[in-house]
Ligand binder design. Sequence first.
Ligand SMILES: [Zn+2]
Length: 241
Amino acid sequence: MNTQADFHTGADAALIEDLVMGNHILFNEKIVDAFGHLSVRHPNNPNHYLMSRHLAPGLVTAADVLTFDLDSNPVHDMGVRYYSERFIHGEIYKARPDVMAVVHCHASALIPFGSTRTGLRPIYHMSGFLGCGCAQFNIADTAGKTDMLIRDPSRAKSLAAALGDKSIVLMRGHGATVIGNAIRQVVYRSVYATMNAQLQLEAIRLGEPMYLDEEEAELAAQSNDKSLDRAWNLWKREAQS
Ligand SMILES: [Zn+2]
């Protein structure tokens, strides 16, 4: 029988605590519901990542966090069910060495932008991380007729290729995947990508939006990255109440 420490293969308790809290925040902020997941690259081994077993994000505890390799196999097979779309995480960590945390969600506000190829652009400073836009992925282009889910490494490789150097990829008829350099950044980006979608839709109804240009977006993103803890600490308290 493996011990609790084996599950996490040496990751420290504070990181596990942030991963659990990130799951709860994403649920509380309505970015995920029963579905969706958050992972973090292992701090001591870049070829591993940490993520919950197959559970609704709002129910995740430290005891549910497991270590996976980048082929998305559990390092210690606990004989439990794992997320069917876990390959998203492993293939993005392979393709993007700079990525330290990944969120996959089905946030409803993002769906129209992925399904119309309108895409997201930064409508205000809080979503400067969108830069000059987002990536788009249509599973039918590479996998033909499917149930739309990223159920195997091949589909996940195509998704990671579509993400390219962007911070978010919208997935037609499905959802979105967001990347960041830490749990707090990827949670922030997931919340504000969703907020941006709501505001962008409002702006399109009024007229032609004047988006932030690339330089403005970059300056805003740098500024916001200095205040991630301010948002995190509020969302944490709300998720605990
Ligand atoms: Zn999904």
